[in-house]
Write a protein that binds this ligand. Structure first.
Ligand code: DC
Length: 220
């Protein structure tokens, strides 16, 4: 069993790297942001204010989330419906970030994530993987990149999905969301004490993957 935690702010390249590393090692990639996005989506679909803890809490008993893996791709099933790219809409980023600061939401998603890491070799990405979900991970990476690099990547990613959004809008949303994620009381998005801080602003995806795989092999 090998368990790798990759945390970091939005647009730092977590999912691209985590996916590639998982493929290289032949293990599962778990995108935990998708879980918060799913709860955020459900709040949105039910017309709830994502910042209002008691409104969001009343929804939790009606949420059933299942993760499925096919050809290395994760699919999120909410109450039997495959949500696909619905959770990737820019608006869902803010909904996800808002609901993720509610303790009952984190508690609701906790066991599911811990179980995934207990039962499988995984590369898991998120904000609290190294601090809360897999505190004894074999390798912890805290991925960073400059604000401009991150916003640029997010803009291109969204535009490639046909979502029309400007660089400035992405940058402002990103800064706002990072502030919210870093400063919340519960499981803030900060590096674990034993995490390796990895700035990949000036690195190609291939070189970053190679470096992470090298770090994994060093620990085997
Ligand atoms: O990784 P992402 O951008 O899809 O995550 C969406 C939001 O979910 C992010 O702003 C904070 C929250 N999140 C979290 O609090 N803990 C995680 N492990 C993953 C995501």
């Amino acid at each position: 069993m090998i368990r790798i935690a990759i945390d970091g702010p939005s647009g730092s390249g977590k999912s691209t790297l985590a996916k590639a590393v998982a493929r290289e090692l032949g293990i599962i990639y778990v995108d935990t942001g998708a879980l918060y996005r799913t709860v955020g989506y459900f709040a949105y679909a039910n017309g709830k204010d994502p910042h209002n803890a008691s409104e969001v809490e009343t929804l939790l008993p009606n949420i059933s989330i299942e993760l499925k893996y096919e050809n290395g791709l994760q699919r999120v099933i909410l109450n039997g419906e495959d949500l696909g790219d619905k959770i990737r809409m820019p608006q869902m980023s803010m909904y996800a970030s808002a609901v993720s600061s509610i303790p009952a939401v984190r508690e609701f998603l906790l066991e599911m994530q811990k179980r995934m890491a207990r039962e499988n070799s995984v590369v898991m990405d998120g904000r609290d993987i190294g601090t809360v979900i897999i505190p004894d991970a074999d390798l912890k990476i805290f991925l960073t990149a400059s604000n401009e690099t991150r916003a640029n990547r997010r803009t291109l990613e969204l535009q490639s999905k046909g979502i029309c959004i400007s660089f400035e809008e992405v940058l402002n949303d990103m800064i706002e969301r990072d502030k919210q994620d870093k400063n919340r009381d519960i499981a803030p998005a900060i590096p674990a004490d034993d995490a390796i801080i990895f700035d990949n602003s000036a690195m190609s995806v291939e070189d970053s993957v190679k470096e992470i795989v090298r770090l994994v092999n060093e620990r085997k």
